[in-house]
Design a protein around this ligand. Structure first.
Ligand code: ADP
Length: 387
């Protein structure tokens, strides 16, 4: 504490068109949170009941939006003194297996990884730079979405392509690691066998699954980039690489067109032709919307089978993320495909989004645990601030 102000940590989660923030006290109580959406097309701020159109050009850069946002946060937190900032950084490559204090050297390494996460990493770095402009002397901590998966055996990280590529770091990295890290900390509070064979399904706009044993990642569905694996809001998930040759060779598409098609026009949006938002699809009576939801559930069931095989069986499945936490209908569809693994769904517990959604005697336990990526970042920032 100084000047009567209480020390606090800022958490920034900068995405491609939105920036979320939260401010925590040193006891990790959350004091403030909010976000700016629509970056690039007319940014708007939401915090509590307030909604503000930002006093910047509609096409303002992330850096301009961040400068406004940090000023705004400072104005909101008169009684707080920001002493550290934690950032969600999507890619930590092979090197970063744990949160890192930000230095010039760390920034240079993270810049080199930007091509692996072009829609996120540059914005994560913009957040770090904006904080350094505003509060030059505070501790900054980078928390990586890839880090939780660094415990995986090498075999789970390898692609079957010539060795020179894997030697150069073309590996399955996996993402959503901050969410999985948080869920791992919660398993002992919810599961009978937290150290057992567990699949965590993070189902949001981005979606992936993580197979855990002893609360550590042993396999995951996302790969070198966050495009692989499950059907997502706008991303294709698993795809035969031959489709990319077809797009290049037979359709004359450019690399940029293909990136946009697979990364922003596919998934639920591409299959339904209607929306990337699961709520819209569940409410629609269009057959294409129904097919998109069917494919989402089908791929999820298929990946559960594959991950259960890597674990040699399955004790529990945990649902999290916007869809996983809120959609009883989607959870029910997925669990119907897990009867062979011993799942006996408790329909009323599922409809109520309860913590345990399988019957008492069910061989496979299914749980709903809300994730908290910002809370993990705040905790890690405090940990590095005090060690
Ligand atoms: P992000 O990955 O961007 O953080 P979220 O985790 O917030 O996204 O998840 C967004 C997804 O959650 C959207 O597809 C949204 O429709 C879905 N969702 C949120 N609430 C519900 C609900 N009650 N029923 C079905 N889907 C929901």
């Amino acid at each position: 504490m100084s000047n009567g102000k209480k020390d606090a940590f800022l958490v920034l989660n900068a995405g491609s068109s939105s920036i979320k923030y939260a401010v925590y006290g040193t006891d990790l109580t959350q004091h403030l949170h909010g976000q700016v959406d629509r970056i690039g097309i007319g940014p708007a701020y939401h915090g509590g009941k307030k909604q503000i159109d930002l006093p910047v050009e509609p096409n303002a850069t992330h850096a301009e939006v961040l400068d406004w946002l940090l000023n705004h946060i400072e104005g909101l937190s008169h009684e707080l003194r920001i002493v550290g900032a934690g950032h969600r950084v999507v890619h930590g490559g092979r090197e970063f297996a744990a949160p890192a204090r930000v230095t010039d050297d760390v920034i240079a390494k993270l810049e080199q990884l930007a091509p692996l996460a072009p829609a996120h990493q540059p914005h994560n770095l913009a957040g770090i730079r904006a904080v350094a402009r505003r509060w030059p002397d505070i501790l900054q901590v980078a928390c990586f979405d890839t880090a939780f998966h660094r415990t995986q055996p090498r075999i789970a990280q390898l692609f079957a392509i010539p060795r020179e590529f894997s030697d150069d770091g073309v590996l399955r990295y996996g993402f959503h690691g901050l969410s999985y890290h948080y869920i791992a900390t919660q398993l002992p509070h919810h599961l009978d066998k937290p150290n057992g064979r567990v699949i965590v399904a993070h189902l949001g706009n981005g979606a992936s699954m993580c197979a855990m044993q002893n609360m550590q990642s042993v396999a995951t569905t996302m790969g070198y980039t966050a495009l692989d694996g499950l059907v997502m809001g706008r991303r294709c998930g698993e795809l035969d690489p031959g489709v990319i040759f077809h797009m290049l060779r037979d359709r004359g598409m450019s690399v940029a067109d293909i990136e946009t098609t697979l990364g922003s026009k596919s998934g639920l949006l591409g299959v339904s032709g209607l929306s990337s938002d699961m709520r819209d699809l569940l409410a629609s009576d269009s057959p294409q919307a129904a097919e998109a939801v069917d494919l989402f559930a089908y791929q999820a069931i298929k990946k559960i089978g594959a991950l259960a095989a890597t674990l040699g069986g399955l004790d529990a499945i945990v649902f999290t993320g916007g869809i996983g936490e809120n959609s009883a209908a989607v959870r029910s569809r997925i669990l119907q495909g897990c009867v062979w693994l011993g799942a006996e769904i408790d329909n009323s517990a599922n409809a109520a989004n309860q913590s345990r959604i399988t019957c008492a005697g069910s061989q496979l336990a299914a749980h709903v645990i809300p994730t908290d990526e910002e809370g993990i970042i705040a905790g890690e920032t405090r940990r590095l601030a005090t060690t």
